[in-house]
Design a protein around this ligand. Sequence first.
Ligand SMILES: *Cc1c(COP(=O)(O)O)cnc(C)c1O
Length: 437
Amino acid sequence: MTLTDLDRHHVWHPFTQAQTAPDAIPIASAKGIRLYAEDGREFLDLISSWWVNTHGHAHPTIAAAIAKQAQTLEQVIFAGFTHQPAAQLAYELVQRLPKGLTRVFFSDDGSTAVEVALKMALQYWHNQGETQRTRFLAFEGGYHGDTVGAMSAGKGCGFFDTYGSLLFEVGLLPFPETWDGDTEVEAKEQASLARLDEYLADHGNTLAAVIMEPLIQGSSGMRMCRPEFLQALATRLRAAGILLIFDEVMTGFGRTGAMFASLKAQVTPDIICLSKGLTAGFLPLSVTVASEAIYAAFLGDTFDKAFVHGHSFTANPLGCAAALASLQVFEDEQTLAKLPQIEAWHRQGLATLAAHPLVQRVRVMGTIAAFDVIATDAGYTSQIGAQLKAFFHERGLLLRPLGNVVYLLPPYCIAESELRHAYKVIFLSLMTLSPPA
Ligand SMILES: *Cc1c(COP(=O)(O)O)cnc(C)c1O
């Protein structure tokens, strides 16, 4: 049987309607920003393989670090035991994160990093006798992962209506989405803050934490907001004594042009969730990093104050070794210094599209560029998404529009010529769409 036969008969793919989706493309190998298919086709990976890859595929430094670690210590229980890669990684992350985030809790993926953050926030209050603080507040359009707590916090992204009966109640604030040339952003921000004030007046005493994707909401369409908004939000929450959780699962590790969105926005949350870029796209690993004050609230003479959470593979040494090697590559290759260049190339590319009558809401932040295609069926299930995706695949581009939102989120090793080529193909793709009614 061919790979495609095996796949068709036995594999269940994520976020896929198998009945109508084309066969999955079999990839044999990858290098840099290129994916090589079994049948000889090549693809430019312009979405970093679902936003996880940072330095390009099969980076030799990271591959070697994993191989070496695999021959030394592949896994050990992390309750009562520790190891060099985990302790070193915790230290290295704390050096790079906003000051005050000092305690690193390991888990396996973005969703579990969020579950950990929600449970931590709840128990932080519980341990101090504030057992009434059980509410969470999130943002419309926010996405935090596919496990039950993460779906509850992310129900504003609209993917999870089927699972409504599983979800707990979470309040939602409007997200003051903005784009190039937007003249109403301040009004949107004021409206969102006003809703927060109302919510605090009504529920401030029972609120445990606010969770959000800082600066960019990924899954709901690369929706961007201003640092000023995050600063105003954080100031209000600090005054009210409410915890702030930043889900930087997507924005972490350079995506916004800074190492973390929180650094770019100059806002320090109480808890931060990191995953996608953590191991440079090699292995599943995540961390939830908390302030020392939060950690302290879990100390006591009895077990019931402890954080009762852990996974079989907590702080897997291979993942930690990959993450350490990735941080080393950030330094060796001066990766952060290259990111403004990518942003400039995006701006040039978008300038070639901006005048197209179907293009609106052009936006860029760091390595991420996006625009909306005007559509009568705007949203994740817009027909335009499937149509454009097929066009891109046929021309060797891995691009995966979020409905009618086209975005690029490339690995940091991309060359100017490769990005320029992508924009050319995107321009051609727009020619295949009918003009706006
Ligand atoms: C992808 C994502 C998650 C979920 O991460 P998984 O590794 O897919 O579980 C959570 N939050 C944000 C902001 C994400 O982009």
